[in-house]
Design a protein around this ligand. Structure first.
Ligand code: 0X9
Ligand code: CA
Ligand code: CA
Ligand code: ZN
Length: 287
């Protein structure tokens, strides 16, 4: 409810820069997956490079959503004052899905209203267990050694590629646009992860991707590199789908250190978001 309220408030406060939110689909429990388009002339599909930002594939990673909404606030509040914010809103179309997993996030809220809930997956009933890892369910290189076929696992990939309605909504939405760059925001570990996740190899466009990702990560000092090389193998992930299917250069920021964890202290929320503002800005510029 609070995420929806912030989205509506942005549209109300900046109607010339934020289109009314659009539902790209619904979750297992019937919650809307809301999308906000931010640009000048937001009601018009202009010939401007398109970028996507999403967050909360994993229900216990709210700092990704908060960093994303903070970035939008920066753009909107500084439009007409800061030349970079003005340029990005004039020359880009930024499409934002701040909560891909509303059922899991709401489950955490209901169990731990003060924060601290550690549920990760969606709320799919698997019979004896609950939940599919939405960042293992994408229909590209689905079902390898970087995910699990065990429904009890935290990295359960689901019964088939794209089986989850949240991921079906995302792939349909992604296929309806032409994103040049994308950020699928997670927490935590101070990382800036690129493709590939499914195999420990550098992608074909690595020279250019390295330049862009290095520039992004240069500002906050996060470690940049392919996920399967700098972290671990993971298949059916958002970044690999973006790049493998749509040629979109796509990264996963893992925001914050182990001291911040999944639920940073309240006084860390804005500093962590600010730590990533320039990195987000550079990814939008690169589009
Ligand atoms: O395991 C994951 O899904 C991500 N880490 S997290 O701690 N947020 O769960 C990493 C996914 C990395 N994959 C790619 N970026 N390709
Ligand atoms: Ca525009
Ligand atoms: Ca366009
Ligand atoms: Zn995550």
């Amino acid at each position: 409810d609070q995420i929806v309220a912030v989205m509506d408030q942005m549209t109300a406060n900046y109607p010339a820069l934020v289109a009314p939110k659009v539902s790209i689909g619904t979750s297992i429990q019937g919650r809307d997956l809301w999308m906000l388009k931010v640009s000048d002339n937001p009601g018009v599909d202009e010939a401007e490079p398109e970028m996507r930002i999403d967050a909360l594939h994993h229900a216990r990673e709210p700092q990704g959503m908060q960093t994303t909404l903070y970035f939008l606030s920066y753009l909107l509040e500084e439009y007409g004052t800061d030349p970079l914010a003005t340029y990005l809103l004039n020359e880009r179309e930024i499409y934002v899905v701040p909560c891909v997993n509303p059922d899991g996030y709401e489950y955490n809220r209901s169990q731990s209203p003060g924060g601290g809930g550690l549920w990760r997956k969606n709320r799919r009933s698997n019979g004896g267990s609950v939940g599919v890892d939405l960042n293992r369910n994408y229909p590209f290189q689905w079902g390898g050694g970087g995910s699990s076929g065990d429904p009890n696992s935290e990295t359960y990939r689901g019964s088939s590629a794209g089986s989850e309605p949240e991921i079906a909504a995302m792939t349909q939405f992604i296929s309806s646009r032409e994103f040049s760059t994308a950020l699928s925001v997670h927490t935590y570990s101070d990382l800036w992860l690129s493709t590939w996740g499914y195999v420990a190899q550098y992608p074909p466009d690595w020279t250019e991707m390295q330049e862009i990702g290095d520039l992004a990560a240069a500002d906050n000092g996060y470690t940049h590199g392919p996920a399967a090389i700098v972290l671990y193998q993971a298949d059916g992930v958002t970044n690999d789908y973006d790049y493998g299917v749509h040629d979109t250069y796509s990264w996963t920021p893992e925001i914050g250190s182990s001291a911040d964890g999944f639920w940073p202290a309240q006084n860390r929320i804005v500093p962590l978001a600010e730590d990533n503002r320039t990195a987000f800005t550079r990814t939008a510029l690169a589009a």
